[in-house]
Design a protein around this ligand. Structure first.
Ligand SMILES: [Zn+2]
Length: 240
């Protein structure tokens, strides 16, 4: 009898181990959605969804992060679903959330980007043009846009060379006095698997109102993206 119990216990342990390994990467440490979301709904859960699909607004568009699930949010969810081969109905349910859980770390950043990459200036996010929490939240949105762009470019890496800057870090870097780096959403990208022009061109599809690249003064060695309030794109050497 004791032997049988021991066998059963070891089987339970073995089975539990398999179940844990096979379970989808569920980042409860960040955020868990509790209901299916569709057009006409609103709330903080919609806003959390909007952040995750902010890189799918369509060419030249920017998705509002207002917590209201309107037609633009439906279209962004549909593009996200298409990008990952999910049934594309614009309704965020189990499959969509499972994919988002797979794509996010416990601190809510997308798996291929990190807060530490977006802030090499200080550890507090303070000293910029907005409160630290705002700068950090803005950087998070930029990361989700970059994650969408990275996937669209075949999942090869995107190299971040500069992100948030305090006023003193921005001055040291020679940044413009109204630089979006002071707001946390400005990100400089270096060449790597993708050329600077490829990055600037692709960024047009992923919710970046600001794009500066080769041909724009001071941008011969990086492509800058941000989410300023109205569109300014300039990278004349790239046809932008
Ligand atoms: Zn920049």
């Amino acid at each position: 009898m004791r032997k049988i119990i021991q066998l059963c216990l070891s089987l339970v342990v073995a089975c539990a181990g398999v179940a844990v390994a096979a379970a989808p990467a569920h980042a409860d440490g960040c955020y868990t959605w509790g209901r299916t979301l569709s057009q006409g709904m609103n709330g903080e859960d919609v806003r959390q969804l909007q952040i995750r699909v902010s890189g799918y607004p369509g060419h030249g568009a920017v998705l509002g992060l207002d917590g209201d699930f309107g037609p633009a949010t439906k279209a962004a969810v549909t593009r996200f679903q298409q990008a990952y081969g999910l049934p594309a109905d614009g309704v965020a349910g189990g499959q969509t959330f499972t994919k988002i859980y797979q794509l996010q770390d416990d601190d809510c950043t997308p798996v291929n980007f990190a807060y530490s990459e977006l802030n090499r200036c200080n550890s507090t996010w303070a000293g910029g043009a907005v409160p630290a929490a705002t700068a950090k939240a803005n950087a998070l949105v930029s990361m989700w846009k970059l994650q969408a762009m990275r996937h669209a470019l075949g999942d090869s890496s995107i190299r971040v060379t500069s992100g948030f800057r305090s006023v003193s870090c921005n001055n040291a870097a020679g940044g413009a006095s109204n630089s979006r780096h002071l707001y946390g959403d400005g990100v400089d990208l270096g060449s790597g698997p993708h050329s600077l022009c490829k990055l600037a061109q692709q960024a047009r599809n992923h919710g970046f109102n600001g794009i500066l690249g080769p041909g724009y003064p001071g941008h011969g060695d990086h492509t800058h993206v941000d989410h300023r309030s109205s569109r300014f794109w300039s990278a004349s050497s790239c046809g932008i």
